[in-house]
Ligand binder design. Sequence first.
Ligand code: TYD
Ligand code: MG
Length: 459
Amino acid sequence: MAKDKTIFTCTECGGTSPRWLGKCPACGAWNTLIEQVADAGPGKNRYSGAQFAGLNQSQAVMPLSAIEASDVDRTPSGIDELDRVLGGGIVEGGVVLIGGDPGIGKSTLLLQALDALQRAGLPTLYVTGEESGAQVALRSRRLGLDHSQVNVLAEIQLEKILATIESMQPAVAVIDSIQTVYSDQLTSAPGSVAQVRECAAHLTRCAKASGVAIVLVGHVTKEGALAGPRVLEHMVDTVLYFEGDTHSQFRLVRAIKNRFGAVNEIGVFAMTEKGLKGVSNPSAIFLSQHSEPVPGSCVMVTLEGTRPMLVEIQALVDSAGPSPRRLSVGLDKDRLAMLLAVLHRHAGVACMDQDVFVNAVGGVRISEPAADLAVMLAITSSLRGKALPQGFLAFGEVGLAGEVRPAPRGQERLKEAAKLGFRIAVVPKANAPKKPIEGLTIHAVERVEEAMNVVREIG
Ligand code: TYD
Ligand code: MG
């Protein structure tokens, strides 16, 4: 095949250059030029090949009401917790991007899912660019999938992968990983922004045109973003992230974008000797088991997706050097700075000369502000060296004026906590249930200082 000409385009101003340059000749920005295939001109668009025929049929303009609103068909993957995050199952022609740290279990989960689909009679294809076929086979034996009929292709060249998908027409194809795939059309190295973007775009078009569901595996950088361009997230239908501490047993899969279902739904898995097993009742897995209450620990109930989960928030406040440190794991760092300011201004708790570390136990990431009250109580408890009582929990968003705002679906959170034997709860006033919950004493508060007083009285 004749190579298309490539050009370099500036990501800042859109200016072009025939060669790679460190500095954009148009706007002067540094390191912004990325390689792209030059447009082949009218009528010779590089996407007009047979495999993209589905996209080239022009359709008549019609009012929305005249278009049939057919619901998408979903095929359950056979792994309940994965289906939960996907919104019910894999969608025909849908493209899923699944990201996560190395070693967290992406390949394991996808191999398990493909095997389940294949057993259900659907043809599947696993394209491996990181491991050899033998390594994949070894993994499948370890997973107990001895007679697996999943088709494996060890290949990293995009054109060959597309040709195989075209000829084989599997129901689901997994590309593990998109960073290893490269296109002949570009000279940049596999894994570069240009390659990842170009390959993902081709695979997405292939999925839409052929109806094959494609799952792209993506690596995550140290900063937690998907390596390569964020544009990948815009191209695909669903973005899933694996979370959790690789040293702990539990893994979360979170949907952060889903064109076919709810976002922020989470699937919970435990890594075992025989692969990932779904955890259908995960409410208590993020609690550490202290035999006695310890200072600096406060339990909260998060509710992301449909299930409430209890998570222990830990804080350590320790005298600091000239520039005190603020560090958070699993919680937003900027929010921590804000909470410390509110704590000082509205509750008179000063941590100016202290290092403050906070951590959500088990590698879980909490993005909802309902964690605020628990973070503040854990910090105060560590600063004073005084543990919160046994069976204590708190949740609620805290505002800059020191007010405590309600969390969505407070009743559900409290009921789950009561079920797990929690006895005392400090919650926002608007979340206080009308009918008492058996076994749970509820202190409803409107302000941070009230919450501090409650804790002082019961402690
Ligand atoms: P893997 O799926 O290779 O991670 P990723 O594709 O996200 O990089 O996960 C590999 C890790 O999981 C590795 O550290 C070993 C562990 N593991 C198990 O504990 N049990 C198993 O059955 C398998 C296959 C892997
Ligand atoms: Mg892998």
